[in-house]
Design a protein around this ligand. Structure first.
Ligand code: PEP
Ligand code: MN
Length: 336
């Protein structure tokens, strides 16, 4: 169960709630986020929550039967919104588009991408500086210096940055230079990383694990939320199945399911989802119809020369076309 505590709760009121919960067979986990203060009660017994509702210090109380609690929509019906500042908001009912290269490569590439995004009205740029690559000999990113270079240019253009963090030590190094920490599919269950991201006051986007279930993705999100960070979004990026005709199998099903199970914004990544440049557009459009709050995809001025993931990367003409189609389709979807 989740008890939202009143902001002015006293420590003796809190102790008394924790004591009552313990008597009822529930272990209390205290969670303080940027937005609120909670006690998450974990126990096996079914109890009538009205027994607790009148205790001083409690603002709200909800029974949540899911394994994950704070990210569940059983507790919070309203969808969560993430404000990145400067008018860039995710999850407010409008579609957030995030685009950029798989990897940050050169200054010229960053300039060209920013120019393309500005022309298309896109305010969030993606790009990796720490790249998880299957081969140790492949390009592994420009690292923190590349991020600083990108950040200077993006800030000057009013563009927000989403970039992957691969390990705990990178969080502090990247903190001043990103707007959204991306947790990659290979790190969805890196619980140490998730714990640490719970301690930062910065948005986090968690990608679904390569062979991860929807429940596992939500449990990973619960790590970050219960660590104290509510600025969270989920990302469906395709899963590994027996199908070899595409890089991954984009699980469009996951989008409405995640929206129903959780109050967190849901982003779709058609680039990794299908892995085939020609089909990124239809999958992106399908994800919007399925209810995604955001679309993240890869674009590059010359995909054939990209240091990574060129086979699933749109050129700027294709990207501009996709953006136009997404905006047109969004108008239709909103009328439903
Ligand atoms: C990426 O976004 O470039 C990436 C490596 O994504 P994923 O973790 O989904 O494979
Ligand atoms: Mn990529």
């Amino acid at each position: 169960m989740i008890l939202q505590l009143q902001p002015a709760i006293t420590s003796s009121e809190k102790q008394s709630i924790v004591g009552t919960l313990a008597r009822l067979g529930f272990k209390s986990n205290e969670v303080t986020t940027q937005r609120a203060h909670y006690l998450v009660g974990i126990g096996k017994k079914e109890i009538d929550i009205r027994q607790l509702g009148n205790l001083p210090g409690i603002q709200d109380i909800h029974h949540v039967s899911d394994e994950y609690k704070l990210v569940s929509r059983k507790w919070k019906i309203a969808h969560s919104v993430i404000d990145l500042g400067d008018g860039v908001i995710i999850g407010d009912g409008s579609l957030s588009i995030m685009a950029g290269p798989c990897s940050i490569e050169t200054e010229a590439q960053v300039d060209a991408t920013i120019d393309h995004l500005l022309k298309s009205g896109i305010r969030i740029m993606r790009g990796g500086v720490f790249k998880p690559r299957s081969s140790p000999y492949a390009f592994r990113g420009l690292g923190i210096e590349g991020l600083k270079m990108w950040h200077t240019k993006a800030r000057a253009a009013g563009i927000k940055i989403v970039s992957e963090v691969m390990q705990v030590s990178q969080i502090a190094d990247m903190y001043d230079y990103v707007d959204i920490f991306q947790v990659g599919a290979r790190n969805t269950q890196n619980f140490n990383l998730l714990d640490e991201l719970g301690k930062v006051d910065k948005a986090v986007m968690i990608k679904r694990g390569i062979s991860g279930t929807i429940e596992e993705l939500l449990s990973s999100a619960e790590y970050v939320f219960s660590g104290g960070n509510e600025k969270l979004m989920l990302c469906e990026r395709g899963i590994r199945t027996y199908e070899r005709a595409s890089r991954n199998t984009m699980d469009i099903n996951a989008i409405p399911i995640l929206k129903e199970k959780s109050h967190l914004p849901v982003v779709a990544d058609p680039s990794h989802g299908i892995g085939i440049r020609d089909f990124v557009e239809p999958v992106a459009l399908a994800a919007l119809v399925a209810g995604a709050d955001g679309i993240i995809y890869e674009t590059h001025q010359r995909p054939e020369e990209a240091f990574s993931d060129g086979q699933q990367t749109l050129d700027f003409v294709e990207s501009a076309t996709l953006i136009k189609k997404l905006k047109k389709l969004e108008e239709v979807v909103r009328q439903f």
